[in-house]
Ligand binder design. Structure first.
Ligand SMILES: [Zn+2]
Ligand SMILES: [Zn+2]
Length: 342
């Protein structure tokens, strides 16, 4: 038997004893090492955006515990990262490797709805989701690969050219991962807009950006720019004020990327948008290429993933971990440690 944490109701997670799943066919059983808590899990905890009965947890790493008879890409005992996004291999988007646009994505991805996630001792995944790690990559960093891939995708949707002035709104874990990848593209000026002093200090720790706390400060900065706006705005806050501001702070002809998710309707001034000639690109999850870039950056040690992880809790204390994340002044990414590295 194994432990699984089940979302029962709003604000209610419960431990259940469940049989350990069996790996057959193309399935791989993963013994979970680390699992990060995602913002989407937090919102499910608050609003039941995943149905009761869900075992959440989609940002994880671990060891191969058992493999089905058709599995050839990994071996028992190997340390692995998991790309949890489901792939149907049949739809037009999967055929283009744009896997997060697959109609099955939100329902069949590990830890979202139908397939139990990694807030458990073990979880069953498909073989194509399993990515063996080299010795230099730690399992705790490998658990940050999933949000890193999503952040790389969002930055790429900005079509950033060298020298572009770029705004990142929101410096939670996604904003910080975007920031690290963005710097590799040699933009011009980077401005990060974030209300929380703790999160601003994280950006300052990485260095290389002007960090501000209010929209007024951002508006002052753009006055100096030749086009009076940013070439690219990367919106990662998902707060109404920031989403509305994103289309005002971008220069004419610039690109806005919406990555942060907002759960209320937005009123737009269609005329103002149209005459500004801006492009709004929406970014969800990651495609195969973004995962591969993330994997490469991780193995080459080019991204600092340790600084994102502000705390580590054993799985037993998952409730405390969720509570801690409601305080943006204290925590950013919390890692649940399910099994020890040795
Ligand atoms: Zn996530
Ligand atoms: Zn598909």
């Amino acid at each position: 038997m194994m432990r699984a944490v089940v979302l029962k109701d709003i604000g209610k997670l419960e431990f259940e004893d469940r049989p350990i799943p069996k790996a057959s066919g193309n399935k791989v059983l993963i013994k979970v090492a680390y699992c990060g808590i995602c913002g989407s899990d937090l919102s499910a905890y608050r609003t039941l955006s995943f149905p009761p009965g869900t075992v959440m947890g989609h940002e994880f790493s671990g060891w191969v515990e058992a493999i089905g008879e058709n599995v050839t890409n990994c071996k028992i005992g190997q340390r692995v990262a998991i790309r949890p996004c489901s792939v149907c291999f049949k739809c037009p988007w999967c055929n283009e490797d744009r896997i997060s646009l697959c109609p099955d994505h939100i329902v069949d991805t590990i830890g979202l709805k139908n397939n139990d996630g990694a807030y458990a001792d073990f979880t069953l995944v498909d073989d194509f989701m399993v990515f063996p790690l080299d010795d230099s990559t730690s399992l705790s960093e490998a658990a940050v690969l999933e949000p890193l891939a999503a952040s790389i995708h969002a930055v790429q949707e900005g079509n950033i050219k060298e020298g572009d002035n770029v705004l990142i709104s929101g410096a939670g874990s996604i904003g910080l991962l975007m920031f690290q990848y963005l710097k590799m593209l040699k933009p011009g000026r980077i401005v990060v807009w974030e209300r929380s002093p703790f999160r601003r200090s994280k950006v300052e720790e990485l260095g290389g950006a002007t960090v501000v706390s209010t929209q007024e400060e951002v508006e002052e900065i753009v006055k100096e720019f030749p086009r009076k706006g940013f070439d690219v705005v990367l919106e990662a806050a998902g707060a109404k004020q920031c989403v509305q501001a994103s289309v005002k702070l971008v220069a004419k002809g610039g690109v806005v990327v919406w990555m942060g998710q907002m759960h209320e309707p937005l009123e737009v001034d269609q005329f103002a948008l149209t005459i500004s000639g801006i492009k709004i690109n929406c970014s969800i999850g990651y495609f195969v290429e973004h995962w591969d870039i993330g994997m490469k950056l991780l193995q080459e040690g080019k991204v600092n993933l340790k600084m994102m992880v502000t705390d580590e809790y054993p799985l037993e204390r998952i409730d405390d971990a969720f509570q801690a994340l409601f305080n943006p002044e204290k925590d950013m990414k919390i890692m649940l440690k399910v099994h020890d590295e040795n």
